[in-house]
Write a protein that binds this ligand. Structure first.
Ligand code: CA
Ligand code: CA
Ligand code: CA
Ligand code: CA
Length: 213
């Protein structure tokens, strides 16, 4: 009798111990899964931040050699512009400044997700766009290149309603935005991507360059 009871208690203890063990293991895996999701979300956020900063600086490096007088349009608040074209100085000849070919940098539709209010490519972002650099615009050697994809159609916090929703002094500005403040050109770039939890992560990069006269 004693042996049977001892064996019964032992089995009960084993069951309880096993159940407790499973609960602990479940909790550990739950914490690990949550941690993994957090790391991945942070990674998406960090990647967008790095890429945005890199492209904003790249645009700045290109436009910093532009002559302020060649900038078209002259992007003034409160509208600014999602595209600019300009020419860079190539030095002097016969007492006059020689300007290079026309360069443009601007927001263009992503061919996989045209601007129609729908997420055509199913990546979780609606009407995301691209930044396209073009050299010798309209000339015989015209060439263009997509510098970055996943550009938000409108700047973070901004919707199309003829108002400055995000309070940055610009009305309905796009995910790529240029505005001239004196001789300083402010470049804002907003990238977006769907994170692991299904929510769209958005990051804004800002860069400013002083143009030459
Ligand atoms: Ca999309
Ligand atoms: Ca679309
Ligand atoms: Ca705004
Ligand atoms: Ca708005």
């Amino acid at each position: 009798m004693m042996r049977a009871r001892e064996r019964g208690v032992t089995i009960l203890e084993m069951v309880v111990a096993t159940a407790a063990f499973m609960v602990v293991i479940g909790a550990v895996f739950s914490v690990l899964a949550t941690g993994s999701q957090t790391v991945q979300a942070t990674t998406v956020s960090g990647q967008l931040e790095c890429k945005g900063e890199r492209i904003a600086r790249r645009i700045g490096r290109t436009v910093i050699h532009a002559g302020a007088s060649t900038l078209l349009p002259s992007p003034q608040a409160p509208l600014g512009s999602s595209q600019v074209s300009f020419q860079c100085s190539q030095g002097w000849a016969n007492g006059a400044m020689v300007w290079g070919p026309v360069i443009s940098v601007g927001l263009e539709d992503d061919i996989n997700d045209p601007n129609d209010g729908m997420d055509n490519d199913g990546d979780g972002c609606i009407d995301e766009a691209t930044v396209v650099w073009c050299r010798d615009v309209g000339g015989p050697n015209e060439t263009s290149e997509i510098w970055v994809e996943n550009v938000r159609r409108f700047m973070d916090g901004e919707i199309q309603n003829n108002q400055d929703d995000n309070g940055n002094g610009l009305v309905d500005e796009a995910g790529l935005s240029f505005v001239l403040q004196g001789s300083t050109l402010v470049i804002r770039l907003c990238l977006e991507r769907r994170g692991v939890d299904g929510r769209v992560v958005t990051k804004v990069a800002q860069h400013a360059v002083r143009l030459r006269n």
